[in-house]
Design a protein around this ligand. Structure first.
Ligand SMILES: [Zn+2]
Length: 93
């Protein structure tokens, strides 16, 4: 038996779908899921910036980071590699 109100309209494509949880606002199409993730990240970043208003505010800081990245081109690559190894070690347990 279907409960009344079990269907919801996707906020992205406008189609009706059956939500798996009360917080589902998007259907399960790949495109809508990708949009949802993007929206969520945008929202998260906005909230984060609101909480830390002074963190990236100044142009000097951005310029400093850019210069630092240029001076250490392999850093982020190496960091990812190191973390991958750590994650794999964790998963192996
Ligand atoms: Zn949708």
């Amino acid at each position: 038996m279907r409960k009344k109100g079990a269907y919801r309209v996707c906020k992205d494509c406008g189609r009706t779908f059956v939500p798996k949880s009360k917080s589902n606002k998007f259907c399960f199409n790949a495109a809508c899921r990708a949009n949802r993730r993007k929206r969520y990240m945008d929202q998260y970043m906005r909230k984060w910036r609101d909480k830390h208003p002074s963190y990236w505010k100044t142009a000097e800081q951005r310029e400093y980071l850019r210069k630092w990245r240029e001076a250490h081109p392999g850093y982020f690559k190496n960091w990812r590699k190191a973390n991958k190894r750590r994650l794999r070690a964790k998963a192996g347990r």
